[in-house]
Write a protein that binds this ligand. Structure first.
Ligand code: FES
Length: 72
């Protein structure tokens, strides 16, 4: 997940990043192939002041397809 956030430039100032990553890992544990809407719903408790939501959603999709995130 951290690599996906890095690769997709899913963080700017980094203030929200720990919470986003923890919520995203939990989301994939429950739902390994989420839709965009399900990702946004799963992360909705975390606010990004830098408004990088689109790249965050892309990063979670990438992580969902990553062998590292599968089979946990
Ligand atoms: S990256 Fe700055 S608050 Fe999300």
């Amino acid at each position: 997940m951290q690599q996906a956030f890095h690769d997709r430039h899913a963080l700017q100032c980094g203030f929200c990043t720990p919470g986003m990553i923890m919520a995203a890992v939990d989301l994939l544990a429950e739902n390994p192939d989420p839709t965009d809407a399900e990702i946004r719903e799963g992360l909705e408790g975390n606010l990004c002041r830098c408004t990088g939501y689109q790249n965050i959603v892309r990063a979670v999709h990438d992580a969902a397809r990553s062998p590292r995130e599968v089979g946990r």
